[in-house]
Ligand binder design. Structure first.
Ligand code: ARG
Length: 585
């Protein structure tokens, strides 16, 4: 209801001028959504802050403002409360009009932005030949959600996967590949290397134990960097194998992302260092090329360096990120670049951004934003691990969520004596399980750590995906039971709001745009989750108090339309979280 607030501000400004003269034009009306629905929908705290300036008591000021306020077309008469708050309650007829206006709109009244931007979102970022872990899962889920919201608002979003596909570890991996799978390099078919993590461990063991192997690994790095054909082929094979594994996860989670790994920026690395030198920013420190940072000091209070070229001449993670930044701004023309990684990389990004800014690569009109998130913890409050103490494989984690959703569902079907096909059961279990994992992640304030709990995320009650999916299913149940085709109710079917729970639900439906705007601004998906949770609650309260199919006309049609709008709002909101609804569950 952003526009309502705008409208209220305009009227408030007029009232201020009418009551106290021109000099108050443009004074802050201090209008905010009411802290408690008891006080109405919006409140103004302006009278208190104007007391000094006007040399009057806040309450007296509030009374005068109210007398000059003309809001009768959409609000009940404003009330002065406490020391001088002014409370506004919207008229049900006004809400009815707003609902009527969005009824026939697929976007439910959410307008596309007036300033579409080109935005690069760097998320997921797993590493080749290493396990994609829960940190990558968080980045993937949060990144996808932010991308969906910005896309929905009409921005031009580049979804980029900064895969860790380059580095000295490839020397070791290739040397091991030649040794253990020589046929891999000559056969046409991509081979199945099996578990790449095991492969990595074995390669590392050889590397640590055998001096010859170590030397061969070093040679491999040199050859790979020089572009030797069969080294590149071996590297390709390794990447291909990892990619297949990542793809399974992306497919399950319905994630679209373009791979643009670290190797992509190889050709641009030397220029990063050369240009920093030309700009006079590059210094030598113990043989390494670096930029000394402002505001980052070591324990002795000396400025800390950001190394961009190692003493052996090689480049690192920071060099690659600098090259990527330049590419994204220069070639991709991104106006905003959003990086989604764990909080542990905050200083890395702060340092990279600082150097790029000092070099003039990040210009005034470009925004670079690091969006950090906390850890995923196990039940003991420590890092999530398997019972054996290993890192949890994402594939296993998702499969487990689906399996548990399935056994919950089977128990419920038995209890309700329902017969369903295997296809139905498998589909519901999969959707509920995966939605639960996504939602559990998104509903936390991303900056905090959270405890991963299958039981909690799969619960039918509380701030969970199943609770919300169920609210949606409830509405579809009404349509089945009453044999009502919601789409045929017509965009002009009228809504009449009488009952308290009806009004509360209607108001909440109309706040979707505020929730989306909040996520867009703060990049906190939990704002939308909270909104949808409250929407489901308000729908359930309405449904418990107000008969729908049993109601008399015109309430019956009005309530059906309201139900349908609530369901559409849920569906749209959930889709922006990357969650699709079910018709039955
Ligand atoms: N591969 C990195 C990791 O696993 C994440 C990449 C994040 N993106 C970036 N541009 N540095 O931690």
């Amino acid at each position: 209801m952003t526009s309502t607030l705008e409208q209220l501000k305009t009227r408030f400004d007029k009232a201020l001028v009418a009551a106290f003269g021109e000099e108050l034009a443009g004074a802050d009306p201090m209008l905010v959504p009411a802290s408690n629905p008891k006080f109405g929908d919006y409140q103004s705290n302006a009278a208190m802050s104007l007391a000094k300036r006007l040399k009057q008591k806040p309450r007296a000021i509030a009374e005068q403002i109210v007398q000059s306020l003309d809001v009768a077309d959409f609000c009940m008469p404003p009330e002065v409360a406490g020391p001088g708050f002014i409370n506004f309650t919207l008229l049900p007829t006004y809400l009815e009009k707003l609902l009527a206006a969005i009824q026939g709109d697929d976007r439910l009244g959410i307008e596309p932005t007036k300033n579409p931007e080109r935005i690069a979102i760097d998320f997921s970022g797993p590493n080749i030949a290493k396990e994609m872990h829960v940190g990558h899962l968080r980045s993937t889920i949060i990144g996808d959600c932010i991308a969906r919201i910005l896309e929905f608002r009409g921005h031009d979003v580049l979804r980029l996967n900064h895969v860790g596909d380059w580095g000295t570890q490839f020397g070791m991996l290739i040397a091991y590949l030649r040794e253990a799978y020589p046929e891999a390099l000559t056969t046409a078919d991509a081979l199945d290397l099996g578990d790449l993590v095991q492969f990595y461990k074995k390669a590392k063991k050889r590397f640590d134990e055998d001096g010859d192997f170590k030397e061969r690994s070093r040679q491999e790095v040199v050859q790979l960097q020089a572009g030797a054909e069969d080294s590149r082929r071996a590297w390709q094979l390794l990447c291909e194998q990892s990619r297949r594994e990542f793809q399974v996860i992306y497919y399950l989670l319905d994630i679209e992302i373009t791979e643009r790994g670290e190797s992509f920026y190889n050709p641009f690395l030397p220029a990063v260092v050369e240009d920093l030198a030309k700009l006079g920013l590059l210094e030598e420190d113990g043989g390494a090329g670096c930029v000394f940072l402002e505001g980052f000091t070591n324990k002795a209070g000396e400025p800390q360096p950001l190394i961009v070229q190692k003493s052996n001449g090689g480049y690192n993670y920071a060099t690659t990120d600098l090259a990527a930044l330049r590419y994204r701004i220069g070639s991709e023309e991104a106006q905003r670049i959003i990086y989604i990684t764990d909080i542990g990389q905050s200083s890395h990004f702060a340092q990279v951004f600082q150097v790029a800014r000092r070099a003039g690569w990040i210009t005034e009109d470009v925004d670079t934003i690091h969006v950090p998130f906390g850890l995923v913890l196990g039940s003991g409050g420590t890092k999530l691990k398997t019972r054996e103490g290993d890192t949890v494989r994402l594939r296993d984690l998702l499969d487990e969520a689906i399996a548990r959703a399935r056994s919950d569902l089977e128990a419920r079907l038995e209890e309700e004596k329902r017969q369903e096909t295997e296809e139905f059961i498998a589909n519901v279990a999969k959707r509920v399980g995966l939605s639960a994992v996504k939602y559990a992640d998104l509903s936390q304030n991303r900056t905090s750590n959270y405890v991963f709990s299958y039981d909690k995320m799969l619960a039918l009650q509380g701030n969970t995906a199943p609770y919300m999916l169920y609210a949606y299913v409830r509405v579809q149940g009404i349509s089945r039971k009453g044999e009502i085709d919601f789409d045929k109710l017509g965009a002009d079917a009228t809504i009449v709001l009488k009952e308290e729970t009806e009004v509360a639900l209607a108001k909440h439906i109309l706040q979707l745009s505020d929730a989306i705007a909040a996520v867009e601004e703060e990049l906190l998906p939990n704002r939308l989750c909270q909104y949808l949770f409250e929407l489901s609650q308000k729908f359930n309260q309405f449904y418990d108090r107000c008969p729908v199919l049993q109601a008399e006309e015109p309430e019956r049609t009005s309530r059906l339309v309201l139900c349908h709008l609530a369901a559409r709002t849920l569906k749209l909101g959930l889709s922006l979280l990357g969650i699709s609804v079910l018709e039955r569950m």
